[in-house]
Ligand binder design. Structure first.
Ligand SMILES: [Zn+2]
Ligand SMILES: [Zn+2]
Length: 124
């Protein structure tokens, strides 16, 4: 898969028993498939989210017109209400993209809750 922001290669990384995410080898941006994001739980999240370069993440955070790496449809840019410097992109069908280091100051339980709310379920 190709990184929607910097066009670098995204490689799969496995966490826990059956959790796989895609992470860009260039900018360390992270892609979650919708199904994978629902499995997000616990502390492991902080381990890999901290691995990105915050500076790169901030630069890439300004790139908001990206297309879903799965279906090439333009993704929706979402800003966090309480921390507007944090933004992420969502494809309602396939998943979401996070810039490197965006969550360094974040409470992980909070972001997991937010992510779960953003994922549309039981679409009619
Ligand atoms: Zn990238
Ligand atoms: Zn998509």
């Amino acid at each position: 898969m190709q990184c929607p922001k910097c066009k670098g290669v995204m490689e799969e990384a496995t966490y826990g028993r059956n959790m796989t995410i895609d992470r860009c080898v260039e900018c360390r941006g992270i892609w979650f498939d919708t199904g994978e994001a629902e499995k997000l739980k616990g502390k492991w999240m902080s381990d890999f989210l901290d691995s990105g370069d915050v500076k790169t993440g901030k630069v890439n955070n300004k790139i908001t017109d990206i297309n879903c790496p799965r279906c090439s449809v333009e993704m929706t840019h979402v800003k966090d209400m309480e921390q507007p410097h944090i933004g992420y992109e969502i494809c309602e069908e396939h998943g979401m993209y996070f810039d490197a280091g965006e969550f360094t100051d974040y409470k992980y339980e909070t972001i997991v809750e937010k992510i779960l709310k953003l994922i549309p379920r039981n679409q009619t």
